[in-house]
Design a protein around this ligand. Sequence first.
Ligand code: NAD
Ligand code: DAU
Length: 363
Amino acid sequence: MTILVTGGAGFIGSNFVLDWLAQSDEPVVNLDKLTYAGNRENLADLEGDPRHRFVQGDIGDTALVQRLLAQHRPRAVLNFAAESHVDRSIHGPEDFIQTNVVGTFRLLQAVRAYWSELPDSDKTAFRFLHVSTDEVYGSLGPTDPAFTEAHRYEPNSPYSASKAASDHLVRAWHHTYGLPTLTTNCSNNYGPYHFPEKLIPLTIVNALAGQPLPVYGDGQQVRDWLYVRDHCAAIRRVLQAGQPGHTYNIGGLSERTNLDVVRQICALLDELAPAPQRRVAHARTGQSITNYAELITFVADRPGHDRRYAMDIRKIQRELGWQPAETFDSGLRKTVQWYLDHPQWVQRVQSGAYREWIARHYG
Ligand code: NAD
Ligand code: DAU
């Protein structure tokens, strides 16, 4: 038995592959295009491991996907591959449509052709699991109840619109063709291997470098944070016992304002890597800093910025018995410690392309 994972060199995909092979000997074929967000270094621990087969390629490359399916005959395909950064989708939506919509469509077509030729028992057992986001549901007011699986789709950014479109394709491929699909809609993840364009890793790496910690608008937007390994466990559980055609909300039950998140990271760094001991100076002024919170800088808001996300996870709790193991406090501490322990990983991902993005986006 084998599974095919797409996007397995990205943040969540690489955590998933590492966790999967830590708990099972079932081989993984890992198809990843290695965009700026894909990083083979995340998978360095699997170097030479015969259970992991890495293939650089595009989910939209039908001939390649067909070849991989025919060659490895997976019992499941898990689709993590996507363009995932909201701010990049605002600067340039084209790649998001190409990968998240057209790519998912082509992947579904190739998988359907493979699945339809399987013997009956394999056909029944086969699963296509699509990894999606809470952002498809739009934005909540401060006292609105959390999103359930029945919430209307109201995507507001080019990213969330492209993910919503992909979710609809997956739904239709189940409804029309009977493909045994599962869709997971998850809240904001954080943890090891998170690319430092996203709020939590950006705050950690900027703070350690004495760079400003950019907070959009008033910093009162709310996200529901989930430690990435809890997300991986939820996906494994949905794959194992989820009902074909169903969607499952996944979340951390940890709503926080962005400003609180940034302040909590600063407090953890003050404890674990005090700025005076590291001689951190403000990169703009050259002045030594005593607390990392001195670097907090309010900047222009994200256009169309969703105010609040929150997930109602009662379905996955009730039906599949999953719930987050980490609290935000325990998960954030582990995450900050991971970045402190991996300065070379951070240095290497901050390539020329990364610096260009930071300069372009933050000015
Ligand atoms: P990421 O940007 O870190 O990684 C995406 C990976 O997909 C990269 O390795 C990239 O090289 C690969 N990729 C991109 N285009 C591809 C293509 N055309 N063909 C093959 N591979 C391609 O993203 P992530 O944060 O790990 O997110 C993974 C999935 O989870 C995405 O579908 C995202 O929408 C979803 N999701 C993310 C979060 C989050 O907080 N990060 C929360 C909920 C859902
Ligand atoms: O909710 C799930 C989604 O979470 C995933 O589907 C996306 O792939 C993932 O990128 C993430 O999207 P967000 O836009 O919520 O994540 P990001 O880390 O970019 O931003 C988190 C919040 O912090 C958001 O309200 C914007 C704000 N922010 C972000 C950055 C990068 C800032 O205030 N300053 C920043 O510099």
